[in-house]
Design a protein around this ligand. Sequence first.
Ligand code: PBG
Ligand code: ZN
Length: 327
Amino acid sequence: MFPTHRPRRLRANAQLRRMVQETTVTAKDLIYPLFAVPGDAIAKEVVSMPGVYQLSVDKIVEEAKEVYDLGIPSIILFGIPEDKDAEATGAWHDCGIVQKAATAVKEAVPDLVVIADTCLCEYTPHGHCGYLEVGDLSGKVLNDPTLELLKKTAVSQAQAGVDIIAPSGMMDGFVTTIRQGLDEAGFPDIPILSYAAKYSSAYYGPFRDAAESAPQFGDRRTYQMDPANGTEALKEVALDIAEGADMLMVKPALAYMDIIWRVKEMTNLPVAAYNVSGEYSMVKAAALNGWIDEKKVTLETLTSFKRSGADLILTYHAKDAVRWLDE
Ligand code: PBG
Ligand code: ZN
């Protein structure tokens, strides 16, 4: 009790504070998302995400080099295809945009770990994460037919040189099906980073501008999780572990730090947190107004994700954060 205990003793100066600091964020904890578009020399800023661009493959390669030189070990690729169709052909075709980008990046920067988001929403005209009965306007995604398309997508991404497959569509059994597909196609060593606990969140709004993947009708509540549920996340995670996931993701991050913590407590697999588009846009908007200190808020948030149990953080702030950490 006071006055014997004075916690302030260990906060008295910068070196003492450094010595007792429990959590640090470093470049190696970060994964940088990139959006690939067809064309050449294209860098189109996403209006709702200042500092984030849709990039043609040549620009993706430049960006990949920069990311690698900053010491960030990994990128995650999303694609905006030329055409969208019911079978999501653009997701699994050899000449798909993510396949092209991955091959180009691996050729230019072989040591950069390339993750592919494995989902159908960017590639279907309706913008849902799976296959719908033709003519269905209710948005009821058919689970098992979707699995076959996800398997094809994952295999073709692996063939293009992708290092990690990250299925994000919250279909039941997607880890089993993708694992089987990868093994049969000769990729037993490609890990799966499962978006295991992904919530149906309004924080994805700006991403849907970036990826041009907003559902054209209905919403994603029949496959993504209800934000009110915490215990259910542990069920999703347990299933994905049983199905052979190598890493697990919680998404979004900021409003779901309790979930990050609970997932970390229950598993010994690496846990990733996705610091999503809406979280990024809020910081950017407030910073542009001069209302918050962007650098301090960003580093505090990233540190808090790690303190909550995240081993890895997917974040649009990655490049800025590393520059600030190096200062
Ligand atoms: C698609 C996907 C989404 C995000 C990553 N993959 C959007 C969604 O589910 O609507 C969101 C990322 C972000 O908001 O930054 N399955
Ligand atoms: Zn999707």
